[in-house]
Design a protein around this ligand. Structure first.
Ligand SMILES: *[C@@H]1O[C@H](CO)[C@@H](O)[C@H](O)[C@H]1NC(C)=O
Ligand SMILES: *[C@@H]1O[C@H](CO)[C@@H](O)[C@H](O)[C@H]1NC(C)=O
Ligand SMILES: *[C@@H]1O[C@H](CO)[C@@H](O)[C@H](O)[C@H]1NC(C)=O
Ligand SMILES: CC(=O)N[C@H]1CO[C@H](CO)[C@@H](O)[C@@H]1O
Length: 577
């Protein structure tokens, strides 16, 4: 097993994740099996209970693990399936060590950060790196470890020390360290001092960078590269310049241009790779090249209005944005997202700020398609319902994800079935004594008492109930009988209303294996261009080279090319469980 550690200096948020996943992708194009681990130096054990306000979206894995959104990045780039153990936090390591101590595993010795915590970290890494993550079912050959935070923080100190020991534990030809640094431009001059200081910090902690990746707004000058090489005691081939490019999907190609793999394969003494794997890797590279170059050449735009909450915090919808990006690349369109705060669409906003209200509606009406993503809580619900109504009545493509499906159903129940005031049991506006049938109810088999961990989580099967010829979503999934997607919800459509709703035209086209839960809705093509909702979250399984099908449908319908996309023969869907 070869380990590539990606750490960061100077400041956080300079694209360590993108660099790490791009490096992983390049290793994969060599024909290697690649996995990844994300280390987060914070105390939380469960990312699911962390606020999206602070941390961005919570990403859900096949096994139901709710993790930091960076793991999603790896899954999307590397086309792999990770587990909840691939996320390491300080909290998890400590609780493991404390648990062992309670059981008496340390025989009453003093338990310390060094060696007990640092050993636990190393053991965890070695164990998790071996979990097979792709369809070969074989142990990976390379593990990318992204160390969150910046080196030198108090929080990351135990991890840095653990990695320092780790390089000796696994041997220096199985270990490479890439340090990501920043080269700011001040008065037109590229400054290398912050990088020098960051490398000095790193060295003082016993880690030597094998490569220094310099983030810069513009292309790095040769003299800057030479200067960094000289002051940081590395060869010029060990300095990689990563300037801002058209999209993050160009980064792997940028690294390749600089022959990053030549150095890395030498350092890691990567031997002969079997012909079949080599071929697979080459194909992957080819596909990636094709995708990025066709993206550069597409000039037509598709505009999607994303109607949600906290839309100023784009990170809380990261997977949704990525899925839209993947889908638009497949459709050869440039993606424009209009961020619409759903409360701005509500009647109340008319009094509060009329110009804001009109502006929000302007965005919705100008958009080619409307997306209502998942979410919790009752704020902004009426605005989403209004947007769904607009989409349904005006034949504008609509995709509702999780809450978005429930919104579409509530809207339909109110305005087509005529049950005014119907809503979800989740919202404060729902009152038992009103005697109005709720559209969305609490899922009966979930424990109502505990809050954390009572959701329906992780990958589940959904079976289609309609033939492909009557069902656009099934066509998008290549005609497959069933799909496997990731879930994260507590509420579901009220089974008592199903017959009535279907009679009026909205079809429940997919159900869970018991046939009780409604998981997909669709208006027939005779009634609407594209009006689809999914109770699951398709965005968690979207891949750069294999866009999520509901999103592909939305973008294609919004761009007016749904028929072309459906006619293509590359919609093979290979679900997995
Ligand atoms: C991604 O992985 C799946 C299996 O895990 C495989 O069927 C599919 O072909 C892969 N996609 C690409 C683009 O390599
Ligand atoms: C970036 O995109 C433009 C078109 O928008 C294209 O002309 C240019 O070559 C691209 N640059 C890179 C580095 O790919
Ligand atoms: C109303 O909303 C606009 C933005 O749409 C903002 O510029 C303006 O300050 C707001 N006015 C008030 C009174 O809040
Ligand atoms: C949030 C989450 O999925 N956490 C998991 C990460 O890994 C530990 C150790 O296996 C699990 O116990 C946590 O549940």
């Amino acid at each position: 097993m070869k380990y590539v550690v990606v750490s960061g200096g100077v400041i956080s948020g300079i694209g360590k994740g993108v660099l790490a996943s791009s490096t992983g992708l390049l290793l994969k194009t060599l024909g290697l099996r690649v996995t990844s681990i994300k280390i987060d130096p914070y105390m939380n054990i469960d990312a699911g209970t962390m606020s999206p306000l602070e941390h961005g979206e919570c990403f859900v894995l096949n096994d139901g693990g709710e993790v930091d959104l960076d793991l999603g990045n790896y899954e999307r780039y590397l086309n792999i399936t990770l587990t909840k153990n691939h996320n390491i936090t300080t909290g998890k390591i400590y609780s493991k060590v404390i648990e062992r101590e309670r059981k008496g595993d340390y025989l009453g010795k003093t338990v310390q950060v060094v060696p007990h915590i640092t050993n636990a970290i190393q053991e965890w890494i070695e164990e998790v790196a071996r979990i097979p993550v792709d369809d070969t079912g074989l142990e990976p050959e390379v593990c990318i470890i992204e160390l969150g935070g910046t080196v030198g923080d108090i929080e990351s100190a135990p991890f840095v020390e653990a990695l320092r020991q780790f390089q000796f534990r696994v041997g220096s030809d199985n270990f490479a360290l890439i340090h990501v640094s920043l080269v700011p431009v001040i008065h037109g001059e590229q400054k290398t001092k912050p990088t020098q200081a960051a490398i000095k910090d790193l060295r003082s902690l016993g880690l030597t960078p094998d490569m220094i990746a310099c983030r810069c707004q513009e292309e790095l000058l040769t003299q800057t590269v030479e200067k960094i090489g000289m002051f940081c005691h590395v060869g010029p081939e060990q300095v990689i310049a990563v300037h801002d490019v058209n999209s993050t999907y160009h980064v792997p190609l940028l690294l390749k241009q600089q022959k990053m793999m030549n150095f890395l394969t030498k350092k890691l003494t990567i031997g002969e790779i079997p012909q079949a794997a080599l071929h697979k890797g080459e194909q992957l590279l080819q596909k990636w090249r094709q995708l990025t170059s066709s993206h550069d050449k597409s000039f037509e735009t598709v505009t999607i209005a994303l109607v949600g909450k906290y839309t100023h915090l784009h990170d809380s919808y990261l997977s949704v944005i990525k899925s839209l990006e993947h889908a638009s690349m497949r459709c050869n369109r440039r993606l424009k997202i209009e961020w619409v705060e759903s409360t701005d669409l509500e009647e109340g906003m008319k009094q509060e700020n009329l110009s804001k209200y009109h502006q929000a509606w302007h965005y919705v009406c100008q958009a080619d398609g409307i997306l209502v993503p998942g979410g919790f809580g009752s704020r902004g619900i009426e605005g989403m319902i209004a947007a769904a109504k607009y989409a349904r009545e005006n034949n504008v493509p609509y995709l509702g994800v999780c809450l978005g499906l429930q919104i579409a159903v509530i809207e339909f129940v109110r305005n087509v079935l005529g049950i005014q005031g119907s809503t979800s049991q989740e919202f404060d506006t729902y009152k038992e004594e009103d005697g109005i049938k709720p559209s969305v109810v609490y899922m009966p088999d979930v424990d109502q008492i505990k809050l954390g961990g009572t959701m329906r989580l992780g990958i589940h099967e959904t079976r289609f109930t309609l033939d492909s010829k009557d069902c656009v979503l099934r066509k998008l999934y290549g005609g497959s009988d069933a799909v496997y997607e990731r879930h994260r919800h507590r509420y579901e459509v009220n089974p008592e209303l199903i017959d009535e709703i279907e009679e009026k035209g909205l079809k429940f086209i997919g159900k869970d294996e018991s046939g009780k839960r409604m998981e997909m809705i669709e208006l027939p093509q005779s009634m609407h261009k594209f009006f689809v909702g999914t109770q699951y979250h398709p965005e968690y399984l979207s891949k750069v080279l294999d866009p999520s099908r509901p999103f592909l449908g939305l973008v294609a319908a919004s761009a007016g090319i749904l028929e072309d996309i459906l006619a293509r023969d590359d919609l093979n869907y290979k679900g997995e469980f």
